[in-house]
Ligand binder design. Structure first.
Ligand code: CTP
Length: 129
C-alpha cells in the first residue's frame, strides 16, 4: 500500500487544485491531504482565507481521489505528519521545488508542475474587478 501525502490551503477551490490532487493520488493507493489552518494561512500569505478551515477540510474530504484530510497547523511539522500517516511519497507543487529535499531521508519527494494561469489569488482578483 503506497500512501501519498500533500499539503496546501486549497482556498476557493479551482481546477489547479483538483489536478494536483488527482495526479498526487495516481502516484499511490491512497492520498492524505494536510489542509493549512486559517492561522497558518495568515502567517504564510498575510490574509485570511475566503473559506474557513472547516469548510476547506469539508470540500477536500469530499473529493473522490482523497482518502483522508487533516489540519496542517505548522509548516515545520511536515516530517511529523509524514511519519504519523506512514506516508511513502510527499507531493508538492513545483512552486516549492527543492524546498523539501531534506525529507528524502523519510520518504520520496515529488514536485508536480502547477497548472498554468490559475491561482486562488487570481480568482479573487477576477471576481473583485
Ligand atoms: N496548485 C497547482 N496549480 C495551480 C495552483 C495551485 O498545482 N495553478 C497546487 C499548489 O502547487 C499546491 C496546491 O495546489 O500544491 C495548493 O495550492 P494553494 O497555495 O492552496 O493554491 P494557490 O492557487 O497557489 O493559492 P494562492 O494564489 O493563494 O497562492
Amino acid at each position: 500500500m503506497t500512501t501519498v501525502i500533500t499539503f496546501g490551503t486549497f482556498d476557493v477551490f479551482h481546477v489547479g487544485h483538483l489536478r494536483i490532487l488527482q495526479r498526487a493520488r495516481s502516484l499511490g493507493d491512497q492520498l492524505i491531504v494536510g489542509v493549512s489552518s486559517d492561522q497558518l494561512n495568515f502567517k504564510k500569505k498575510g490574509r485570511n482565507p475566503v473559506y474557513s478551515e472547516s469548510e476547506r477540510l469539508e470540500i477536500i474530504r469530499a473529493i473522490g481521489c482523497v482518502q483522508d484530510v487533516f489540519l496542517e497547523e505548522s509548516l515545520e511539522l511536515k516530517a511529523d505528519y509524514i511519519k504519523q500517516f506512514n506516508a511513502n511519497i510527499l507531493v508538492m507543487g513545483d512552486d516549492w521545488q527543492g524546498k523539501f529535499d531534506d525529507l528524502e531521508t523519510i520518504c520520496k519527494v515529488v514536485y508536480l508542475e502547477r497548472t498554468p494561469a490559475i491561482s486562488t489569488t487570481e480568482v479573487i482578483e477576477k471576481i473583485r474587478y
